[in-house]
Write a protein that binds this ligand. Structure first.
Ligand SMILES: *Cc1c(COP(=O)(O)O)cnc(C)c1O
Length: 361
């Protein structure tokens, strides 16, 4: 009820500002587009779809006002963490067209994760359709060109009641959206984490399971309290090789070679990672996917991270057991070149020859 009221009152205030001819002004007043960070701004609609008990597939979903959902106290997701998340962006280019970036890749990754977590998943068509609808229903929340994007967060949750440790009898897919800023507030300063491991061989590090994140809060808050932006995880098997950040993949540059750890189950196969590997090879770099000892990062010319939220972001420093190494982050870096190319394709400034862009106007 509270949610419905809040939703209603937001529309009421829009009506007040939308009087007469200035619908455009209303859209500009909606949000402080210049002050967007990566925090939640609730939008108008979310998408909901269910896979009911006894069914093996999701039936037709629908848009509904953004708000709270009702869950059984004994739902699989609340009791045993049976859930997956995804993340992708809808962006407005200088031509004012709205684009999604490789949404079918998010659909495929959710399907892969769903198999691992014994859940049914939406088909690629259902997934991409839901993302288009969510973006278009919240069109007024897509920031103006250059100001950011509409971040879309799909979830796949075991929502049916279950007491024993077993897959839930019912599932919910939902997608909500929030405008976010460009997230480019300086380079990353990593603290290498040599005490907490994010993933182990045979575990769930390679899928976007909701259970992969909160176990790291302690390490992250410890690092943040010391002024670092994020932690860099090492591999759980040997503690010698670099893996990734909290929600971003890492690349190391040495000469003309760009290396990144392989996605063999303990590292999240980022869609930005995959795209950057392709872009870097067209640009003539040598790409290596292999285990990277921490010393190699320490001796690198440059390092950068990739992810939907941050796109491509340079690593400014890495600190391991009190020793800090710094990297170049200014103009002329490899990461800057890759950032420009990737965001150029995402915003339509650079022609998409790869079929990565889905226009949804
Ligand atoms: C989501 C995520 C990434 C980045 O993946 P993208 O598809 O590029 O957004 C990297 N690492 C982890 C742990 C993640 O959750």
């Amino acid at each position: 009820m509270l949610v419905l009221l809040r939703h209603y009152s937001r529309h009421e205030s829009d009506v007040q500002t939308a009087n007469g001819a200035s619908i455009k002004a209303e859209e500009n007043d909606l949000c402080n587009w210049d002050g967007l960070g990566f925090s939640l701004t609730p939008t108008d609609y979310m998408y909901l779809m269910k896979c009911s008990k006894g069914e093996s597939a999701f039936s037709q979903g629908h848009l509904t006002p953004y708000g709270n959902i009702e869950l059984s106290p004994s739902s699989g997701v609340l009791n045993y963490g049976q859930g997956l998340l995804e993340g992708l962006k809808a962006s407005r280019g200088d031509d004012n067209r709205i684009r999604l970036f490789r949404p079918e890749q998010n659909a495929l990754r959710m399907q892969m994760g769903a198999k691992r977590m014994c859940m049914p998943s939406p088909t690629t068509e259902q997934f991409v359709g839901s993302i288009k609808q969510t973006a278009l229903a919240n069109k007024r929340w897509i920031p103006p060109p250059g100001k950011g994007s509409l971040y879309i967060r799909p979830l796949l949750l075991g929502t049916g009641p279950i007491l024993g440790v077993a897959p839930s009898p019912e599932y919910t897919f939902l997608a909500y959206a929030s405008p976010v800023g460009n997230y480019f507030k300086g380079p990353l300063n990593f603290a290498v984490e040599d005490n907490v491991y994010r993933a182990i061989p045979g575990g769930t590090g390679g899928i976007k399971s909701i259970t992969n994140y909160s176990p790291n809060y302690k390490a992250i808050s410890r690092a943040k309290a010391k002024g670092f932006t994020d932690v860099l995880f090492l591999d759980g098997a040997t503690g010698k090789n670099i893996e990734e950040g909290t929600a971003c993949n890492i690349f190391v540059v040495k000469g003309n070679t760009i290396s990144t750890p392989p996605t063999k189950g303990t590292i999240l196969p980022g869609i930005t990672r995959k795209s950057i590997i392709e872009i870097a090879s067209w640009l003539g770099y040598q790409i290596e996917e292999r285990a990277i000892p921490l010393e190699e990062l320490i001796n690198a010319d440059e390092a950068f991270c990739t992810g939907t939220a941050i796109t491509v972001k340079p690593v400014g420093s890495v600190t391991y057991q009190g020793q800090r190494v710094e990297y170049k982050t200014a103009e002329g870096t490899v990461s800057e070149k890759l950032y420009r190319t990737l965001t150029g394709i995402q915003t339509g400034r650079i022609e998409d020859n790869m079929g990565w862009i889905v226009e949804i106007n």
